[in-house]
Design a protein around this ligand. Structure first.
Ligand SMILES: [Ca+2]
Ligand SMILES: [Ca+2]
Ligand SMILES: [Ca+2]
Length: 203
């Protein structure tokens, strides 16, 4: 199983490769996956709720008419969409591809990715792994929302830290060493202000 280590050294899994594929085109209002790893494709013209069920499921949402539902303990599930999106409960991972859109996680440890252009990415609670992709991305970290790892923080990007406001790459380098640790393009947002853990002093 492919994983990426988060800021706490916990491996976060990606969804496994799909073995079955489903499309909402010409489906009824509910579309069900299998007990295996599924890819479920919405359709921008179809009002549909998709249920992947057991297994690692990847949902492609093309409009707000396309909904996705997962239950607890039913695999590692991913939503991929062009739209601004906030992960519902029981989803682990999210990709948002369009410029000037947001990608928000949930209380779980999420892997969240942006596409080209600018995404505003906030893992919310949990120790999330964030990757903006190309473009001038905005990463949001806040007190009480865990320790997030940004895999590709670059000069184009900004990080918004609770009440500190927007912080440039240069400001992060110069002033934020106690809060943020930067090494080799990876930015570790530890403790995020109020609840510093034992890694928060590392540079
Ligand atoms: Ca599932
Ligand atoms: Ca999260
Ligand atoms: Ca991006």
């Amino acid at each position: 199983m492919a994983t990426v280590l988060n800021a706490k050294g916990v491996p976060l899994p990606y969804s496994g490769s799909s073995t079955k594929w489903y499309s909402a085109t010409n489906s009824g209002p509910a579309l069900y996956g299998s007990i295996y790893n599924d890819s479920l494709h919405g359709d921008s013209n179809v009002s549909v709720t998709m249920y992947g069920g057991k297994g690692d499921d990847i949902y492609y949402l093309y409009s707000t008419k396309n909904k996705a539902v997962e239950l607890a303990n039913e695999g590692v599930d991913t939503i991929s969409t062009w739209m601004s999106y906030r992960l519902p409960a029981h989803f682990e991972n999210l990709t948002v591809t369009n410029d000037k859109h947001y990608a928000f996680g949930n209380e779980l440890n999420n892997i969240i990715a942006g596409g080209s252009g600018q995404q505003t990415i906030d893992g919310l609670k949990g120790d999330d792994v964030l990757r903006g992709g190309s473009g001038a991305d905005i990463f949001v970290v806040a007190p009480g929302n865990g320790s997030d790892l940004i895999l590709d923080f670059s000069v184009e990007d900004t990080v918004r830290i609770g009440s500190y406001g927007f912080t440039s790459f240069e400001q992060v380098h110069a002033n934020m060493a106690g809060l943020l640790a930067f090494a080799g393009g990876r930015l570790l947002a530890t403790g995020t202000g109020h609840h510093r853990d034992d890694r928060s002093g590392s540079k």
